[in-house]
Design a protein around this ligand. Structure first.
Ligand SMILES: *[C@@H]1O[C@H](CO)[C@@H](O)[C@H](O)[C@H]1NC(C)=O
Ligand SMILES: *[C@@H]1O[C@H](CO)[C@@H](O)[C@H](O)[C@H]1NC(C)=O
Ligand SMILES: *[C@@H]1O[C@H](CO)[C@@H](O)[C@H](O)[C@H]1NC(C)=O
Ligand SMILES: *[C@@H]1O[C@H](CO)[C@@H](O)[C@H](O)[C@H]1NC(C)=O
Ligand SMILES: *[C@@H]1O[C@H](CO)[C@@H](O)[C@H](O)[C@H]1NC(C)=O
Length: 364
């Protein structure tokens, strides 16, 4: 999160203020106020790669904090399952759409549906993406639909909901289901995206799932890799491919996957989470097969498991197009790749004018 820290501090202050405001407005008991102050939000966990080597035991903290949470959150309680591991993703389950955009594809079959994973509080991040790589009309002649995927904030569900509803009414690009938006529930967000494509946009040619902290070159993706002039590929999925990896069994890791959740020692090949692309037909098949599988808490590995069950292989793309690590911005280098990880909103807005600008031509 280079250059992201002051922004996070701002957010922390903003939401502390918001929380106090809500508490004061509702004239809550002093106990709530005290709880509110104690439960002031911490900076959110940094992304996966950055945490490598700095172990954080995520889920236990989440479980304990929930017990002391007094904010009303619009999340239904699930039937208690004493045998369920806390990291076991609750699925299949009929999560409800709190925000939906069912009509986006009514009049058209988009070439690309861009599903961007965000959290409810990421207003600034979503705005930066709307102005940069998420611009639906950035690639001339190519029909694109942008949607942000989100769940319900585990502590500030209610106050954030009003902000989110306003933002949604303004931009009509947010979909949300009523599961808790936590790191270990990420797979639910991806599956919500697959569900949306299956139900509301079955004729999309391609779907891309992207994290919100990436630089994305949609023009290169569309023109060079997907090629709108050709018939859409079937059973196609590509990205940064991990092969011969397996679950991390140490509780010290953010990516801890217990045996109760996934017993096998290896994962089938899969595409790294920061950004991957699949054909529209495959999005529907993944959603279908996910209803029959034990869903694990690593969303990208789980996509690999779905493909394995479907008997579909991931497709290699030219080396260097999908970068799960950070790269220094350089216009000509970035004009020939698809994804670079670890680009916060400040960085995106900083480099975008140069990236779009026609001043410098790059050798082809
Ligand atoms: C999106 O791109 C179009 C075409 O380049 C441009 O006219 C428009 O201003 C952009 N929108 C935003 C929100 O940046
Ligand atoms: C995932 O969301 C469900 C539904 O809101 C919730 O019951 C569960 O505790 C969440 N799991 C984690 C690990 O946060
Ligand atoms: C998808 O395409 C098929 C065949 O072209 C068409 O019959 C159907 O109405 C389309 N569905 C949607 C939701 O656009
Ligand atoms: C997990 O292991 C079992 C038993 O060896 C095997 O049948 C199954 O295909 C494996 N699943 C995956 C996703 O690799
Ligand atoms: C392009 O070049 C002009 C003239 O040198 C300069 O004023 C402008 O800021 C440049 N634009 C970008 C996006 O670099």
């Amino acid at each position: 999160m280079r250059a992201g820290f002051p922004c996070k501090l701002l957010f922390v202050c903003f939401f502390s203020f918001l929380f106090l405001l809500v508490v004061i407005v509702h004239q809550d008991a002093p106990r709530t106020l005290q709880l509110g102050l104690l439960a002031a939000p911490r900076a959110e966990p940094v992304s996966a790669e950055q945490l490598q080597g700095s172990p954080i035991f995520q889920w236990r903290g989440t479980e304990e904090e929930k017990a002391g949470d007094s904010m009303p959150v619009p999340v239904p309680s699930h039937p208690p399952a004493s045998t369920r591991h806390p990291l076991q993703v609750i699925y299949p389950y009929s999560y409800h759409f709190l925000l939906n955009e069912p009509d986006k594809c009514r009049e058209r079959a988009p070439f690309l549906v861009l599903l961007v994973v965000t959290e409810p509080k990421d207003i600034q991040v979503r705005n930066a993406i709307r102005q940069t790589w998420g611009n639906e009309s950035a690639v001339p002649g190519v029909s694109m639909v942008r949607l942000f995927l989100t769940g319900v904030h585990p502590h500030y569900g209610s106050p954030l909901q009003r902000l989110l509803e306003e933002e949604s009414a303004l931009h009509r690009d947010i979909i949300q289901q009523d599961f808790l938006d936590t790191y270990n529930n990420l797979t639910l967000k991806t599956l919500m995206g697959m569900e949306w494509v299956s139900r509301h946009c079955p004729n999309a040619s391609y779907v891309m799932k992207a994290d919100s902290d990436v630089f994305l070159n949609v023009g290169f993706l569309v023109q060079e890799l997907l090629q709108p002039q050709l018939p859409p590929k079937k059973d196609f999925m590509t990205g940064y491919i991990y092969r011969n990896t397996g679950p991390l069994r140490s509780k010290a890791y953010k990516w801890y996957v217990p045996r109760e959740v996934y017993p096998n020692d290896t994962y089938p090949p899969y595409c790294g989470g920061p950004g991957y692309v699949l054909s529209g037909d495959l999005a529907k098949k993944v959603y279908g097969v996910a209803q029959t599988l034990r869903v694990i808490n690593m969303e990208d590995s789980f996509m690999g498991i779905c493909l394995y069950e479907l008997g579909v292989s991931v497709t290699d793309s030219p080396w260097g197009l999908f970068n799960v690590g950070w790269l220094e911005y350089e216009k000509c280098r970035f004009s020939k790749l698809v994804v670079v990880h670890h680009f916060g909103p400040t960085d995106l807005l900083r480099v975008w004018p140069d990236f779009q600008g026609g001043n410098k031509t790059c050798p082809s």
